[in-house]
Design a binder for this molecule. Structure first.
Ligand SMILES: C[S@@+](CC[C@H](N)C(=O)[O-])C[C@H]1O[C@@H](n2cnc3c(N)ncnc32)[C@H](O)[C@@H]1O
Length: 252
């Protein structure tokens, strides 16, 4: 089954989201050591091709800074979520005036978080700068731009980007916690990102007791991904729950 493309947290003109499947197939047919992309833009292509080594360039310093900040853990999913929730609330109450306050703040002192905020709330999601390098895209008249679902979507895009460009390349050991599946759906990103031999996926079924009624409480299979070998571990079931032991299993 072909998976939908991973979508990065940035939008830009000419984004190649619709072509990544084809680019991936072409790239897989080549034997290359390093992926070089001189105009990486949103980075949707390398995000999906996921080469072992890549050289990504762009004259837009804000793009490079954002992805470096994600790579270095300065912009984490939690940081992005908290920022967009807070700034989204200010945008809801301040409207157009607040958008221009952020734009001015960004042009005086650029930051990755303001860049994401502007990129995801400006008119038509356009990325445009004046001759002095100032971001000059006007306000998009959309009520409640940073609604909770939109913030969650962007947060997940930051998370996926971080998983792809941070973790895999790091020389240190890591443990990544994410969900694997429930009775309704499966986390397709596990197959996409973590099938290499160097990664180990531990699964554990967990029964959530948070539903308002019993029929709303469903078991969830949680996953821990490590880049080091792990011993199988046995867990005693917890009281009043259906906890199962962690066990190692292929992610698929
Ligand atoms: C059409 S976008 C790239 C879209 C990208 N393939 C994607 O899917 O998101 C073109 C990018 O080239 C960058 N760019 C333009 N002129 C450049 C130059 N001389 N050197 C490096 N980057 C440049 C722009 O900043 C912009 O991000």
């Amino acid at each position: 089954m072909s998976l939908p493309p991973l979508v990065p947290p940035l939008k830009c003109q000419g984004i190649k989201t619709k072509l990544v499947g084809q680019i991936q197939r072409l790239a897989r047919a080549q034997n290359f050591e390093r992926w070089v992309e001189p105009f990486c833009g949103s980075c949707v292509v390398p995000f999906n091709v996921q080469p072992e080594k890549a050289l990504l360039c762009d004259t837009n310093i804000h793009i490079i800074r954002l992805y470096q900040d994600i790579q270095q853990g300065k912009v984490t999913p939690g940081v992005a979520k908290a920022f967009l929730e807070e700034q989204g609330a200010l945008l809801s109450s301040g409207g157009e005036d607040y958008y221009y306050t952020v734009r001015e703040r960004f042009n005086n002192q650029p930051s990755s978080l303001d860049f994401v905020f502007l990129n995801r709330s400006c008119f038509n999601g356009v990325m445009r700068f004046n001759r002095k390098g100032g971001f000059n895209v006007p306000y998009c008249h959309k009520k409640d731009r940073f609604a909770q679902s939109y913030v969650t979507k962007i947060t997940n895009q930051v998370r996926r980007m971080a998983e792809v460009i941070v973790l895999k390349a790091q020389p240190w050991a890591f443990i990544l916690s994410t969900w694997h599946s429930n009775e309704f759906r499966k986390n397709l990103l596990l197959e996409k990102n973590w099938t290499g031999q160097e990664f180990h996926v531990l699964l554990r079924e967990h029964f959530y007791h948070v539903g308002s009624s019993e029929d709303l409480r469903h078991p969830m299979v949680e996953a821990l991904i490590t880049n080091f070998a792990v011993e199988q571990e046995h867990h005693e079931p917890e009281d009043n729950s259906e906890q199962l032991a962690f066990f190692e299993r292929a992610a698929g």
